[in-house]
Design a protein around this ligand. Structure first.
Ligand code: SF4
Ligand code: SF4
Length: 377
């Protein structure tokens, strides 16, 4: 019930969490700090197609009746701009280096979807799963509290079923919720996924879910999964992409792609970044800042006086081959969770599911042509 949400938000705040969740902003459903249920996008949904996103009114008062917007939780765990250290030089020329003193925030994320939990797990592998851990990411992640929501509505751009990441959540949360709509009003089936989650649920004095409610919650996820129209055939996808390295499809997509990097900015798993040094005019105070970057940026591969990937074709090929193929070699998982953000927020509507299918067809034709050549010789 909405009053329970307000109690939950208050309890999380009292425990030192900064509560962030969905709200309407900039014509979309974005993630930002929220204080109460009044901030949630109640009664709103999102219409999405390749290159299209718009808000629409729902006929009910669901709080979580939308899919995903342009923001993802990476903006809190891996901020777009982060000061790593600063330095200053005194009058005698002596340099003093300071690390930021601020403790990383403790976030409570409200409304995290199955594909988004999968995306957080992907970034966990990148930033804290290896030998060298990113201290700032790891601290933010370890402190985070996750309230997940099973999806009751898929956008036309979603394909999480084919990526095995949604629309339900099965792990990685402290509390999971399923929104049931009855006579236009929402109520919730909640599950605790951790001791901390159970502690907060206990504070709400909610009644135990009836068997019929549990069945209704399961049906919500099944109905959402059945409504999904897009998919990627992931069978052998890495080898398909490696085999399609010289496919003419890369020229085709490059003739449409603007190299704008929108797809990488909205993607919840993309992690490319660069660092920049700035100083004052006296060259006595310096800041070293990490910022999101993209494999679509021309200068991202600037090395020893030259750019390695200087065409849109080579940059798109790098992005897609890494995302769906070489990511598996690097991190043991796909870099795509099927959220569909890159489809909706691409200004020219390039669709990763369509490109992956075209590349599979192209690799198949190339293999057939090779076989024919072998037979003829
Ligand atoms: S590549 Fe596209 S669909 Fe896949 S996770 Fe990134 S934004 Fe979502
Ligand atoms: S695929 Fe679309 S969003 Fe990505 S760089 Fe090209 S035009 Fe921009």
């Amino acid at each position: 019930m909405p009053a329970d949400f307000d109690r939950l938000f208050a309890a999380l705040s009292a425990d030192g969490y900064t509560v962030v969740g969905p709200k309407i902003g900039e014509g979309a459903i974005v993630y930002d700090e929220i204080a109460s249920t009044a901030d949630l996008p109640q009664g709103w949904t999102d219409f999405q197609q390749p290159g299209k996103y718009r808000l629409e009114k729902r006929s009910d008062s669901a709080f979580f009746g939308y899919a995903v917007g342009p923001h993802s939780w990476k903006k809190f765990l891996f901020p777009a701009s982060l000061k790593l250290w600063s330095a200053n030089r005194d009058d005698e020329g002596k340099l003093t280096v300071q690390e930021p003193e601020q403790e990383p925030p403790r976030y409570a994320f409200i409304g995290v979807r199955g594909c988004e939990i999968a995306a957080i797990k992907v970034q966990d592998r990148v930033f804290s799963g290896g030998r060298y851990k990113d201290a700032n990411y790891t601290a933010r992640r370890e402190r985070a509290f996750i309230v997940a929501v099973n999806c009751g509505k898929a956008a036309e751009t979603c394909f999480c079923v084919s990526m095995g990441t949604g629309p339900g959540v099965d792990s990685g949360y402290d509390i999971s919720l399923t929104e049931l709509i009855e006579d236009g009003s929402p109520r919730y089936v909640a599950n605790a996924g951790s001791d901390a989650g159970q502690r907060f649920l206990d504070q709400l004095n909610a009644s135990s879910a009836a068997e019929s409610d549990r069945s209704a919650a399961k049906a919500v996820v099944e109905k959402t999964a059945a409504s999904m129209s897009r998919s990627i055939d992931t069978d052998g996808i890495k080898d398909v992409l490696y085999a399609a390295k010289e496919s003419p499809r890369w020229d085709d997509v490059a003739s449409r792609c603007l190299s704008c990097a929108n797809c990488t900015m909205v993607c919840p798993t993309c992690f490319c970044h660069s660092v920049s040094e700035t100083s004052d005019l006296q060259v006595s105070n310096f800041e070293h800042t990490r910022e999101w970057d993209s494999c679509f940026s021309m200068n991202f591969t600037f090395t020893a006086g030259g750019v390695v990937r200087d065409t849109t074709k080579s940059r798109y090929r790098q992005w897609l081959t890494h995302k769906l193929g070489s990511w598996i070699d690097q991190f043991g998982t796909s870099g795509c969770v099927g959220c569909g953000r890159c489809i909706a927020w691409c200004p020219v509507g390039i669709d990763i599911t369509e490109e992956a299918a075209a590349l599979r067809a192209s690799a198949r034709s190339a293999a057939a042509a090779l076989e024919e050549g072998d037979d003829a010789s």
